[in-house]
Design a binder for this molecule. Sequence first.
Ligand code: AMP
Ligand code: ZN
Length: 116
Amino acid sequence: MSAAVEGCLFCGIVAGDVPGDIVHSTERTVAFRDVNAQAPTHVLVVPKDHYATAAELAAGDPAASAELVTTAHAVATAEGYDSYRLVLNTGADAGQTVFHTHLHLLAGRSMSWPPG
Ligand code: AMP
Ligand code: ZN
């Protein structure tokens, strides 16, 4: 269990203190639309508890870590997609800007590899 962190944007969305376009929630996760969508469906799935990175979440709460993926799959399915990309940016050099871990679900367009 990891307590909410004051000033954390995604703790704020989980708590309802910051507006978020929430599309799904489960016991341990909340899924909401990214404000700067990079695909027709671009949803962020976060653990309700605060963990800075995916590795910290996996070590601290493996069930929540798994639930990020099952929640993303449920959202993709609900939006009509069986093909999608999941991204976990970890560290500033990898593009992480919010240090409350979040799984990006991207779907609805074809995607190239490698990512930029
Ligand atoms: P990352 O760069 O992997 O840390 O991803 C952070 C994501 O959070 C970016 O894709 C932003 O567009 C998104 N974002 C920032 N502020 C908000 C917000 N208030 N609600 C929803 N998504 C946000
Ligand atoms: Zn947080």
